[in-house]
Design a binder for this molecule. Structure first.
Ligand code: OAD
Length: 246
């Protein structure tokens, strides 16, 4: 493992030779946009809550009004924020390699706003409304404390994956297939604590890919990576893309 913030030439060479690059991102890639990560101490209105206490079906059943206030607060925060150079570098990278698969744990739409296409939303999307009863995609009335399903009258819920819920099957299958097929796997801005997303790097390694971690706070998986870049993604990714584009 090489641990520093400079981009090793061997990594650029591996990216240059790659048929297929797979990237997994986490909340850290949006940190430089001012979007709080999950495991930073929460600031502001919700300092007293653990994210896990708000992101479960039981919490929604107990107090849907509170949960909707939290998710609308996050929607507003994300809407006011903007993608950062890390998001844009990932969108550019897609044009520099034969095939790129982008899997994100983030629900903030930032990759899409930066121009990334075919983003696999592993944990859903913050801006979607879904029927709590059957999970169908709906359009909620934002003026009500808890919007209702126009088909069955049930409460609507934000279209994100909550703790204890399954990953959308198509997203899971496509992500595993890409991790198993890629030549280079980049794990960017994630604490690699939440499974099954945190298992994708192992799957890539087991299938012969070079595994790279980009995180200013190297995770417990850093030692099993080929490259660990202890850097902010908004700094390391543009550097990497500039070197690759030369
Ligand atoms: P975490 O908050 O667990 O981890 C964010 C990681 O980003 C940390 O390891 C930070 O060191 C790193 N980081 C901070 N600033 C960074 C920067 N500028 N550049 C690069 N990295 C930076 O967030 P996730 O790993 O995304 O799931 O969390 C995984 C899942 O747990 C989330 O998708 C969410 C959460 O509970 C669900 O809600 C289902």
């Amino acid at each position: 493992m090489t641990a520093n913030s400079d981009i090793p030439q061997a990594l650029i060479a591996a990216l240059r030779d790659a048929r297929h690059v797979c990237i997994l991102t986490g909340a850290g890639v949006s940190a430089e946009s001012g979007v709080p990560t999950f495991r930073d101490a929460q600031e502001g209105l919700w300092a007293q809550y653990r994210a896990e206490d708000l992101a479960t079906p039981d919490a929604f059943l107990t107090d849907p009004v509170l949960i909707w206030r939290w998710y609308r607060w996050r929607r507003d925060l994300v809407t006011e924020a903007a993608p950062n150079p890390g998001h844009y570098a990932i969108a550019q990278l897609a044009d520099l390699v034969p095939r790129l698969t982008l899997v994100t744990q983030n629900v903030d739409n930032m990759h899409q706003r930066a121009g990334s296409r075919d983003v696999i939303e592993f944990h859903g999307n913050l801006f979607e409304d879904r029927c709590f009863a059957d999970g169908s995609l709906q359009v909620g009335d934002d003026t009500t404390a808890v919007p209702l399903c126009s088909d069955c009258g049930s409460n609507l819920r934000p279209g994100v994956v909550w703790f204890g819920e399954a990953i959308p099957e198509q997203a899971l299958n496509e992500s595993c297939a890409a991790a198993a097929d890629c030549d280079v796997f980049l794990s960017v801005g994630t604490s690699s604590l939440v499974y099954p997303a945190a298992g994708l790097a192992d799957l890539a390694r087991e299938n012969g890919a070079k595994v790279v971690e980009i995180n200013p706070n190297p995770t417990m998986h850093a030692n099993s990576c080929d490259y660990s870049l202890a850097a902010n993604s908004g700094v390391a990714l543009p550097k990497m893309v500039n070197l690759l584009a030369r």
